[in-house]
Design a protein around this ligand. Sequence first.
Ligand code: NAD
Length: 475
Amino acid sequence: MSYPDLHLVIGGERIAGGGRRTSAVVNPATGEPIADLPLADPADLDRALDTAARGFRSWRESTPQQRAAVLNGAARLLRERADDLARIATLEQGKTLAEAKVEVAMNAALFEFYAGEAFRLYGRTLVRPAGQRSTVSHEPVGPVAAFAPWNFPLGNPGRKLGAPIAAGCSVILKAAEETPASALGVLQCLLDAGLPPDVAQAVFGVPDEVSRHLLASPVIRKLSFTGSTTVGRHLARLAAEDMKRTTMELGGHGPVLVFDDADIDRALDTMAASKYRNAGQVCVSPTRFIVHEAVFARFRDGFAERAGGIVVGDGLDPATGMGPMANARRPEAMERLIADATARGARLCTGGERIGNRGYFYRPTVLADVPLDATVMNEEPFGPIALINPYRDEEAMIAEANRLPYGLAAYAWTQDAQRQRRVSRAIESGMVGINTTMIGGADSPFGGVKWSGHGAEDGPEGVAACLVTKAVHEG
Ligand code: NAD
């Protein structure tokens, strides 16, 4: 199957051409353009806003059965179309086909969970004297402006669309201009499953133009953003002008505490696989390995050996373990970060270079003994770099885990049950994995604290974030 034609979707209508500006979509495995994406102009955005306002008026009155039918139907279609969707995601983002298929499966599971949540938007009745009545109900917040990045081209749009739809909101999705066809594929599953066309729109454009336009409109009552802390801060300021609700899923710098009583082989196998998934372009990627000095050398060498054994290639090739990075900015950032770290005295154990001169391939990299003032120890690398440093005791390890202003995902490896509880309590993080990297699921909140943002996606919390409360008192 070839790469599909690209368009905006407003009120169910596919919009392209008409003298609109375009941007090129590039296959990261080749660096070659594969399609032109039409960019929304202000009139398109106004039309999307009008449509979303209309869509909200009707969808807020929809029954749980109607919402569940759409979400369950879309989950079925996602599974039916999994092969095509995964191929599109690999072509425009680079990840392996196997990883792209996991995204489809996660989206389908999430839509099914949200279908159930649509029936559970319970309110409550308060205890009052006879003749009086007080109720608390949950109502959809209103039209949502949702911005989804390129690293999970299917998963991110699924999250951004599913929760508002379950809650009874309309949504304008601006997925990343780098990965538009995946987002359109997910939206199409919802429309084909019976979602009224004015409930969900897809626009693309110059990101800052689109976000300023949408967030300046009183129609939009909620902002949902996934991306860097820098952009998140900018968007949160725009949203604050109109007191819009926000869910912000921002950057991380995943600390991994490896204690001397850990099952080191299992930790190595699990963490190396997790580190290089999606070429490290994952907000919950394990990044800072904080290793007890007694097991440091074994862990560092075992990690470098596993990293060096990963087959890097085109994500469409079944033999590939890690695809290219998603765009030209990422390998450039890796070069800058690694040069800075080694200049400051970090030891390059493996990797540290691009592969070939076509596409955006980068070698899985391990740096050890990295000084704390190296940029990479403070800035999210968002790439295939593991940073491994030795520490003397639990207190120092926890202090290092909490040193940065980020708090999205953290991991710890220890067999001591008391230590597991101490560490999970002490770490400032939205999600903690103890002896596991499985820190998400359709029924579990996904989100961070501190500079990693606020609010959560997935789980009942994901839908609750699209609801407001109303208390009604009858005398
Ligand atoms: P970026 O920060 O410019 O963009 C990140 C995402 O935000 C992109 O999808 C982009 O389209 C969007 N964006 C940028 N400016 C915007 C605006 N004014 N309004 C609305 N959306 C806007 O940088 P990038 O080069 O694409 O990514 C680099 C950094 O972004 C990474 O280092 C990482 O920290 C972060 N990032 C995080 C996630 C995540 O899952 N949390 C995903 C992608 C990127």
